[in-house]
Design a protein around this ligand. Structure first.
Ligand SMILES: Cc1cc2nc3c(=O)[nH]c(=O)nc-3n(C[C@H](O)[C@H](O)[C@H](O)COP(=O)(O)OP(=O)(O)OC[C@H]3O[C@@H](n4cnc5c(N)ncnc54)[C@H](O)[C@@H]3O)c2cc1C
Length: 490
């Protein structure tokens, strides 16, 4: 039955490619607009004027910066902490992501190859602690951030993806954590989310969904309530080294002993980061609401993703919408993170919509309300890194690789420990200690990355149609693995 339906959807997809996107990509993201509206008339924080002093200056008011501020206040309430945010807290990736929350149990295989089995298990357990931390935060915060803990599922959506399912289960058994990955038959997947193209899956108990816009705004409110001073519309334009350091904005400066750079993709121009990171873009859409229809074919609360490298990821909202994301956006050249490719690429928006219609035809009558795109910080080994610039008290964290809602909590803990000079359960994680693979410099990175991206996308689309990718596409798709890189490999 599945094969017939999959073949039937190929021609649908071809027609679809011309029909989509029905809505052009735009800003702000649906989540961020909804969160600001729900918040009401909360005034922006002031811009920085003149000179301010602080123990710690955090640059960037997304999840990483805000979790770091809260972790510092938890550990030492007397610390004087300042956040400088270029726009409004949450205006970056934190306010526009899919809101799929999961740690690293589904990444054990790739991580074990990269950082060894013990390192992989340590990172996966840190992700579990992060989910505990997120749960504790959302339970005590005043705002309803749409937190739902239903676990997560990886599904096979084409015969070529089937073989990956067994790999998750085998890896979990090999590493002595068999309960972390539970195989689901086609019937079991269909009972959770009825889709003609889903052929089986793996269930990970850890996993949740959240309203990312409301979460980041709740973190901002919590930081303010704990005495963190936040400046908005306060872009860092310079960082002068020394003891103490000087963080400059257009209107003033903060003198601080420690500086935490939590600016995500904007870190790409820094030595120590640019050799290990490249910037892709990711797109997501939000549908209108049809709660009755949705609960009929998707009764559970799981976040779901398929097994493409350029993954489709999707989740429900409590008011009966579907968010469908596609990690297939263009690679950006060098430090051009604000380019239109990151925000307004119609082809990427079309892929998200085609994915929605193919994977979840039960929602085929429901309109797309909004679609948006943003830049993501992809590390050479797909894991974030938290460190201190040698010989300084400048700390930084990035490399979430499109998967940061849970890991930014880990980032906040690691960065707080680095500021406090602690060697503890956080800073001893491989996320702070490993040697990261290097990437080729520009323009080779951009040209090579785009060639590999084209090869992998070509192969993945062909396989969903029951075909093979062209020979050049297959050769390019195989390149990262041949070079021992995890970019382009899932
Ligand atoms: C479309 C999309 C979908 C995604 N879906 C998911 C998902 O479902 N699940 C998941 O786990 N992850 C997802 N991610 C990734 C996740 O959103 C990020 O990993 C995470 O939000 C990173 O948080 P951050 O605080 O490090 O970065 P950001 O939220 O980007 O925060 C950085 C902040 O720094 C500010 N800034 C930049 N430069 C300066 C400067 N010079 N001075 C002052 N401030 C500055 C920016 O304005 C920004 O607010 C997605 C990302 C995108 C784009």
């Amino acid at each position: 039955m599945t094969a017939t339906l999959a073949a039937g959807t190929a021609s649908h997809r071809e027609a679809a490619a011309e029909r989509y996107p029905t809505v052009p990509p735009m800003r702000p993201a649906w989540w961020f607009a909804e969160a600001l509206a729900a918040e009401g008339d909360v005034p922006p924080c002031p811009a920085l004027r003149g000179e301010a002093q602080a123990d710690v200056a955090i640059v960037g008011g997304g999840f990483t910066g805000l979790w770091t501020a809260l972790a510092l206040k938890d550990r030492n309430p007397g610390l004087d902490v300042v956040i400088l945010e270029a726009e409004t807290c949450g205006a970056g990736a934190s306010g526009m992501n899919g809101g799929k929350v999961h740690g690293y149990w589904a990444s054990l295989g790739g991580m074990a190859a990269q950082i060894g089995p013990d390192g992989a298990l340590a990172v996966a357990r840190a992700g579990a602690r992060a989910q505990d931390g997120l749960r504790a935060f959302v339970r005590q915060c005043a705002q309803d951030v749409w937190w739902r803990e239903g676990g997560s599922i990886r599904v096979s959506a084409s015969p070529a993806q089937d073989q990956k399912l067994a790999g998750y289960v085998a890896t979990a058994q090999r590493l002595g954590v068999p309960d972390s990955a539970v195989a689901l038959s086609e019937a079991e997947v269909q009972a959770r989310c009825a889709s003609p193209v889903m052929r089986g899956g793996v269930f990970f108990e850890e996993g949740a969904t959240v309203h990312p816009g409301r979460l980041v705004r709740a973190l901002r409110a919590a930081a303010l309530a704990r005495g963190v001073r936040i400046y908005e519309d306060a872009r860092m334009v310079g960082l002068d080294p020394g003891v103490p350091m000087r963080v400059r904005t257009a209107g003033g400066q903060v003198i601080a002993r420690d500086v935490v750079l939590a600016t995500n993709v904007a870190l790409i121009d820094r030595p120590g980061v640019r050799e290990h990171m490249t910037v892709f873009s990711s797109y997501a859409l939000m549908t209108d609401a049809d709660p009755d229809c949705l609960s009929r074919f998707w009764p559970g609360e799981e976040g779901i993703s398929d097994l493409r490298m350029f993954v489709h990821y999707f989740r429900k909202t409590p008011d009966g919408r579907i968010l469908m994301g596609s990690g297939s956006g263009p690679i950006l050249y060098g430090d051009r993170i604000g380019s239109d490719s990151a925000r307004y690429d119609r082809a990427s928006a079309a892929r998200a919509e085609a994915g929605l219609r193919r994977l979840l035809p039960g929602f085929g009558h429901v309109r797309v309300a909004s679609v948006w795109g943003g830049a993501i910080d992809v590390a050479s080994d797909r894991l974030p890194y938290f460190g201190t610039v040698p010989g300084t008290r400048v700390h930084f964290g990035c490399g979430y690789s499109g998967h940061g809602v849970n890991p930014t909590y880990i980032g906040g803990q690691c960065l707080a420990s680095l500021v406090l000079g602690l060697r503890d359960e956080w800073t001893s994680l491989p996320l702070c200690t490993r040697t990261r693979p290097r990437l080729p410099p520009e323009p080779f990175r951009y040209l090579g990355g785009n060639a590999i991206r084209w090869g992998i996308m070509n192969c993945e689309i062909a396989k969903e149609r029951g075909q093979r990718g062209s020979l050049p596409a297959r050769a390019l798709a195989a390149l990262p693995r041949a070079l021992g890189m995890r970019i382009g490999v899932r």
